[in-house]
Design a protein around this ligand. Sequence first.
Ligand code: ZN
Ligand code: ZN
Length: 464
Amino acid sequence: MSVKLVANDHGHAHTRANNENLRRGIPLRTSRIIAAGSAAIVLAASSIAAASEKERLEERLRAVEPRVIEWRRDIHRNPELSNREFRTAKLVTEHLKRLGLEVQSGIAHTGVVALLRGGKPGPTIALRADMDALPVTEEVDVPFRSRATAEYRGETVGVMHACGHDAHTAILMGVAEVLAGMRDSLAGNVLFIFQPAEEGPPAGEEGGAELMLKEGLFEKYRPEAVFGLHVWSLLRAGEIGYRSGPTMAASDFFTIRVRGRQSHGSRPWQGIDPIVTAAQIVNALQTIVSRQVDITRNPAVVTVGAIKGGIRHNIIPDELEMIGTIRTFEPEQRAAIIQGMERIVRSTAEANGASATFHVDPSGNPVVVNDPDLTRRMLPTLQRVAGAENVKELALITGAEDFAFYAREVPGLFFFVGVTPRDQDPETAAPNHSPRFFIDESAIGLGLRAMTELTLDYLAAAGG
Ligand SMILES: [Zn+2]
Ligand SMILES: [Zn+2]
């Protein structure tokens, strides 16, 4: 439950905030002071201090929230594809510099990071937002609808923030502003990570979280923990979703090339048909998950997403290409699935007298694993901010996120902020990546609060 302060009712809210804090046993400092003596008086004084601190925080959050929404709309109207986030990075850089942070731009191409040094000693924690949009033509009728286009895989495409990274970027800009205003009382440092290319860099380029780390991000700043959020269509505005342990799938991108021998469509016996071979491969691949994976341990997914081959109704082509994705939750299962696929591709091609290659791109994402201890420690914060009844434990998500790379280095917590309007069924809402993906902006304030309060609670607990 969040402590709601009403502008003309500070005294009353004060008391409510106190009671709330006491009931939850939040002011750790208080209990130590009590032990030192003169219990009641010190307790009262300390609670008042805590409450007015809380009040000031609430004022800061309330002041920045409309601007976060403005930034989000501005970024939404001007989306940029992965590794091309030039305008967004500039907006972020200028904002962070205005806040007086130590800013480093141009990391992993267009990434921006900034360090906020707290006034008191303590650990460094990292907060991450991603900045890139998708090759999707927006169909949502909002005043800040995207009309942007760009080149993608040799085609001109519409560009849209169909995954909500506009909201992530704007929220983190807001968190930076709130925390920068409180820097003297922070026991530790906050590293703000504005990351490019979460959706994957263009072919032939590196990018995203993996490249940020490769360029030494964590070696330089040494964060003790990392937090990230994702706006999520499967939850309603006002709700937060989380999960402990494995949360989002490892994703692998594969390419299959089937090589036959060209012939006229009327005389197939003179060639080797790669199209019929490919059809058999696609069907046989379905037996991996249905017959070869222990589905009681983990779910898995094998999807062929595109087949390209041939040009005309009566010409059997020489070869064709298929691409697809594999989603897994365990390294051993991942390895077994890849092995099984390789076997099916090779032997099915052979059975048809064709040949085939199977290639798994090495740039896949690992599983997003939320550190169980960190999740347990921070859950009360999420419950306080959203209201316990609005915090849902989620099932495994077969989507992937390159936040996984950070959470592999240090304990991480990646959580989900609902954005589907409250009166709509999330199951029927347009999902992330859809041209109709829609964010109910009333959710943005919750994301802002959750990220800010996670940071404050973590640092307060670490600093004692
Ligand atoms: Zn996405
Ligand atoms: Zn995303």
